[in-house]
Write a protein that binds this ligand. Structure first.
Ligand code: C2E
Ligand code: MG
Ligand code: MG
Ligand code: MG
Length: 286
């Protein structure tokens, strides 16, 4: 690299300057957006494809940008991934999810909510204490209605520490799910040591399992692991009837995906929940 020409360095530095500047500006915009309450949670149902039970919803953050409209998390979460702002946003997400459970409860809808927790948020030493405060501030909400989704890779950094933290949260009554399961590195050790009740099969495997035998093998493997370790398992990215028809006989009846419902605003969920029914092809599978 030392041999690179002057111009090479120059161009590289300019590109880097622009990237740093853009990053700084985006951070500043996100900080302002938090103050202006421009973030909003959408909710995607998680169901039992065979029985038709709605087991809960996953909260997914969006940025309701005044000019750009609804901005997906992929556009702004990576920018704040390693920044304290991600902790602030994470706190807001949990708080808002608890508020929403309360609002639905007031409408007569009992709806557990799962929330994604980022790596930085999870590594914070006062995470459990903060969570306890937030639950105390929502005395109407059963703590078991809150589920935290963590990704394999974030917890792998210090598995003993993360396991301790998770146990502290479990003692409060909340549950854990491992998100994007199968995409990380050492699933077995992970599973053995982490108190997570639910494994979420990553959507990339589900999407391709009908065409790609390797992906099908991974799906089957995760279902087998879940059974062996007495964890529940849910398939993400169920987009078609055929996906469900393959999953149900394999022993994976829980699912989430566009084939069931897209993430929706909180206001639309009660109506959706009233009218949703699983496909007849799913109901008839044992
Ligand atoms: P995730 O937690 O794995 O969430 C599932 C993502 O897959 C969501 O994208 C959802 O809209 C999308 N999805 C659901 N069903 C289907 C399907 O059938 N097909 C396809 N192609 N996609 C489907 P979204 O909302 O854009 O979120 C992307 C990721 O951003 C999430 O992946 C999660 O890792 C992260 N994220 C979202 N909200 C939060 C949050 O509040 N905090 C943190 N830390 N991360 C979040
Ligand atoms: Mg998730
Ligand atoms: Mg996922
Ligand atoms: Mg994901």
């Amino acid at each position: 690299a030392k041999q690179a020409g002057k111009n090479g360095y120059h161009l590289f530095d300019v590109a880097k300057d622009i990237a740093v500047k853009t990053q700084r500006e985006t951070l500043e915009h996100i900080r302002i957006a938090l103050d202006k309450k421009e973030f909003v949670l959408f909710y995607q149902p998680k169901v039992n494809m065979r029985t038709g039970e709605i087991i809960g919803v996953e909260a997914l953050v969006r940025w309701q940008h005044p000019q750009q409209g609804l901005v997906p998390p992929a556009k702004f979460l990576p920018v704040i991934e390693d920044h304290p702002l991600s902790i602030e946003l994470g706190d807001w997400v949990i708080d808002e999810a608890l508020n929403q459970i309360e609002r639905w409860q007031a409408q007569g809808l009992k709806m557990p909510v799962s929330v994604n927790v980022g790596a930085l948020q999870l590594q914070r030493s006062d995470f459990a204490a903060r969570l306890a405060d937030q639950l105390l501030a929502h005395p109407q909400v059963p703590p078991t209605f809150l589920e935290l989704e963590i990704v394999e890779t974030s917890a792998l950094k210090d598995i003993a520490e993360v396991a301790d933290l998770m146990r502290a949260c479990c003692a409060l009554g909340v549950h854990f799910a491992v998100d994007d399961f199968g995409t990380g590195y050492s699933s077995l050790t992970y599973l053995k040591r982490l108190p997570a009740d639910l494994l979420k099969i990553d959507q990339t495997f589900v999407r391709d399992m009908l065409e790609d035998p390797d992906d099908l093998a991974i799906v089957k493997g995760v279902i087998g692991l879940a059974n062996a370790f007495h964890r529940r398992v849910i398939a993400e990215g169920v987009e078609t009837i055929a996906h469900g028809e393959l999953l149900i006989p394999l022993g994976c009846e829980l699912a989430q995906g566009y084939g069931i419902a897209r993430p929706m605003p909180a206001s639309e969920l009660p109506q959706w929940a009233l009218q949703w029914q699983p496909d007849a092809a799913w109901r008839n599978l044992a």
